[in-house]
Design a protein around this ligand. Structure first.
Ligand code: GLC
Length: 806
């Protein structure tokens, strides 16, 4: 069953039926203000921090779904009938269900905006919600149109429920949240203030002077009511009251009269800052509808410019739609907003996860070099002198330039933390965090050509300065020191798999990642003639020998050893015979033979594969064993215990591409591609335009159901897997490599790629229907050695490349 479709022309996903059984969300905002918004206008906003900068409230996992939200109500003043521009919160019966005179609803998620549309009893209305590029406001562009042949008198009411700015206090300590925030109304603007923290304000305004307002939730909604039937809307006017305690809201009610065929357009604004310092100026700015149009156009151009940095046209419609729009958006979202704000992760944590961020940045260097660089610097500052990364950290704590808020004496005593408290020791260290950063920095240098970045000085977490290159060496050296007698990497708290806790044992995954990171560093160290090349090469050789001797199980790679020396991920095991997440890395790191590479990928397909993607392990664990880890305490078929965990599904795609098996690579891609599940929503549940963290595995009765959308490394890795390995266009230090590995039945494909200021139009032809092997390469009409990278061109150049496979 389907609930919507991809509108490729408009770069929108259009929800045709709003009664999707779960929330389908979008992310608005590119700078400081972020809104997570569902297709029914439920959701919340925050400024900078989802933990400390909350603007609106959200009741996660509530009944009904998605409350509260950013709502526009409509009331027919002739008879008091009330509905909303988004289907919820009023939830009128749907015409789509065959209800006579039922309401029609659609919602469209686009790049940085969401539009709700309704048609009910002759009134058509739209509410387009977006966050402009440079202002910390959320704009609702509302148009109400009278399609009937009678004059209509309506009340149009915008409503948000404010949150105390710190989510933990908002949820846990109501004596602060209820009694320490207040609101006032002046000049048509509601301001929420936090009396003892006079630098935090929120406001709600509209382009016209409202006829009435409410800023106390209980006044607007009324006792024993919900957002579905607020008393103020039912009555047609607010109570015009504000106050210095209780639950604060912003509700502005307008009287609108429309002749037949007439429209009214008004704008609501939700923002961060005080009425005097920001609210009035923002209201005046966006009361000018031409400015609203201009800001929407700027936002569109912003996203289009990102898309234009890399566009593909292949015979695979789903791949084109996802890569050109949705996977790019999701990857950008993870880098911009990190991984703590969604409807599942509701913002109770702050800062960055080292491992996740270090991976996420790799995919959007071409589309967001500035943010990538900022994130890389934040990660480097959270790397310890010993070389490992701080698993979860607040970048502001290590940023000398981060703005410091005034220190208000609090009645609640919270122990003051010193820098030393923020740096954890080995007991809390993961064996992989730091390794992901090395290839990310190298990819950054290859993409931008900014070799000097390697010599920039950035302090370690302890404050000691070192060059970026030294940071990367420390990461490698830390892992070189953390090996057991057999040379296999020691398991620490965890590695990529949070639930496999091999402390005291050993991990094959980290052994392989270590090799991959060394190879990446060599890619820059060799051409730059760095002194460490020899020892890095020797270490790589050592790891290849260890992997070969210790970690091959016969048909696939073992996962490691527990602290008791028991092998896991081996055919000899009863449970957890094979794991997914490490199988691809010996190929990607270039430390194994093609035979073993192919055998391990075949085992993945045979034992872990399914129509929804590859399972993380098989068979699922059913017996608790803490020497293996928390995974043994998770229900079979869920999350890390034999679910289809999306993120590591990208790595076998890369391995298959590198093995030259384009058909197998794209088959792996297709299995887990959300796009293919558009008509299977009764099983999938989650958005067909976003990857999720995991899909229930075959051991679970909900096999195929997708959970925890948006905040996953999958998007970034899928983007990398497709663009750099299947389509095979990879920036190198001194040239662009074109080395596709595609399905044999493709006649070819095209990619437009901006690289270091020049635009490359790359056409790949596949007359012989092979997967891999460029036999002829033409650059601007001139034949070139097909094995040599294409040298960088001057800024602004347009370069035409034709590569022929054979
Ligand atoms: C979650 C974590 C990520 C981890 C993965 C597997 O997605 O954010 O860091 O690698 O789970 O356990």
């Amino acid at each position: 069953m389907r609930y919507g479709h991809f509108d490729v022309e408009a770069d929108e996903y259009v929800i045709e039926r709003p009664d999707v059984p779960v929330s389908w969300t979008n992310y608005l905002g590119t700078k400081n203000l972020c809104t997570v918004l569902s297709h029914n206008a439920g959701g919340y906003s925050y400024c900078r921090s989802s933990q400390q900068g909350r603007i609106t409230r959200f009741r996660p996992n509530g009944v009904p779904l998605d409350r509260p939200g950013h709502y526009v109500y409509l009331r027919d003043d002739a008879d008091g009938d009330v509905w909303s521009v988004s289907w919820q919160p009023v939830g009128k019966p749907l015409a789509a269900d065959g209800v006579p005179d039922g309401a029609e609803y659609t919602a469209a998620h686009g790049l940085g905006y969401t539009r709700f549309e309704s048609a009910y009893r002759g009134i058509r209305a739209t509410q387009t919600v977006f966050v402009p590029l440079d202002d910390d406001v959320e704009v609702w562009d509302v148009v109400v149109h009278n399609d009937s042949d009678a004059r209509r008198e309506l009340t149009v009411a915008g409503y948000v429920e404010f949150s105390f700015h710190t989510i933990t206090i908002d949820n846990e300590n109501l004596q602060m949240s209820l009694y320490a925030s207040g609101s006032s109304y002046a000049d048509g603007i509601i301001e929420e203030d936090f009396h003892y923290e006079p630098w935090t304000f929120h406001f709600f305004a509209s382009s016209r002077t409202p006829d009435s307002y409410d800023s106390l939730r209980e006044e607007f909604v009324g006792p024993y009511r919900t957002e579905a039937n607020p008393i103020a809307v039912e009555r047609g006017h607010g109570s015009n009251r504000s106050g210095t305690t209780q639950n604060q809201c912003g509700a502005l009610l307008h009287k609108v009269a429309l002749e037949p065929g007439e429209s009214a357009r008004l704008v609501f604004l939700l923002g961060y800052g005080s009425r005097d310092a920001v609210g009035r100026a923002m209201r005046d700015k966006y009361a000018d509808l031409a400015t609203v149009d201009a800001e929407r156009a700027r936002l569109r151009a912003h996203w289009r410019a990102k898309q234009d940095r890399l566009r593909i046209r292949t015979p695979h419609e789903g791949m084109d739609t996802m890569i050109n729009t949705w996977t790019l958006l999701q990857a950008e979202t993870c880098v911009q907003w990190s991984r703590f704000a969604s409807f599942v992760e509701v913002g109770g944590r702050n800062g960055l996860g080292f491992r996740d961020t270090a991976q996420d940045v790799m995919s959007v260097i071409h589309s967001n070099p500035t943010k990538t660089r900022q994130r890389i610097l934040e990660l480097l500052r959270a790397q310890t002198e010993a070389g490992y990364g701080l698993h979860l950290f607040d970048p502001a704590a290590f940023d000398p330039d981060a703005p410091r808020l005034p220190d208000v004496p609090s009645p609640t005593i919270v122990p003051t933390r010193s820098r030393g408290d923020l740096i954890h020791g080995l007991a809390d260290t993961c064996s992989d965090d730091h390794l992901w950063l090395v290839p990310s920095v190298v990819e950054y240098v290859k993409e931008t050509g900014d070799v000097a970045f390697l010599d920039e000085v950035v302090p370690f977490a302890e404050g000691t300065p070192a060059t970026v290159y030294e940071h990367l060496l420390r990461a490698i050296d830390f892992s070189s020191a953390q090996v057991g007698e057999n040379g296999v990497a020691l398991g620490l708290r965890a590695d990529w798999n949070d639930c496999l806790n091999l402390g005291g044992g050993q991990t094959a995954l980290v052994t392989f990642l270590h090799a991959w990171a060394i190879r990446a560093l060599l890619d820059v160290a060799r051409p730059l003639g760095r002194a460490d090349v020899g020892r890095l090469e020797a270490e790589l050789e050592r790891i290849a020998t260890v992997a070969d001797a210790e970690l091959w199980d016969g048909e696939w790679w073992i996962r490691g050893y527990t602290r008791d020396g028991v092998t896991i991920g081996s055919a000899a095991n009863e449970e957890g015979k094979i794991f997914l997440e490490h199988q691809a890395w010996p190929v990607i790191a270039g430390i194994t033979t093609p035979e073993r590479g192919r055998a391990s990928m075949d085992a993945v397909r045979r034992l872990l594969g399914s129509r929804y993607g590859n399972h993380l392990n098989w068979p699922a664990f059913t017996k608790v064993d803490d020497t293996v880890g928390f995974v043994t305490r998770v229900y079979p078929g869920i999350k890390e215990n034999a679910a289809i965990f999306s993120h590591p599904n990208a790595w076998p795609i890369i391995a298959e591409a590198l093995l030259g098996r384009g058909d197998e690579a794209v088959a792996f891609y297709d299995a887990i591609l959300p796009y293919h599940q558009n008509d299977n929503v009764e099983v999938r549940g989650a958005e067909p335009y976003a990857y999720v963290q995991f899909i229930y595995g075959r051991d679970h009765e909900q096999f195929g159901k997708a959970q925890n959308p948006w905040l996953t490394g999958t998007a970034g890795w899928m983007y990398t897997a497709v663009t750099k390995y299947v389509l095979g266009v990879r920036p190198g230090l001194d040239g662009l490599v074109v080395d596709p590995s595609i399905p044999r039945d493709w006649d070819g494909f095209e990619m437009q790629r901006v690289w270091r200021g020049a635009t490359y139009t790359i056409e790949v032809r596949n007359p012989g229907h092979v997967s891999r092997g460029v036999v002829a390469l033409e650059v601007d009409g001139a034949p070139q050695d097909p094995a040599a990278p294409i040298a960088p061109r001057p800024d602004g150049a347009r370069v035409r490349v034709v590569a022929t496979l054979g």
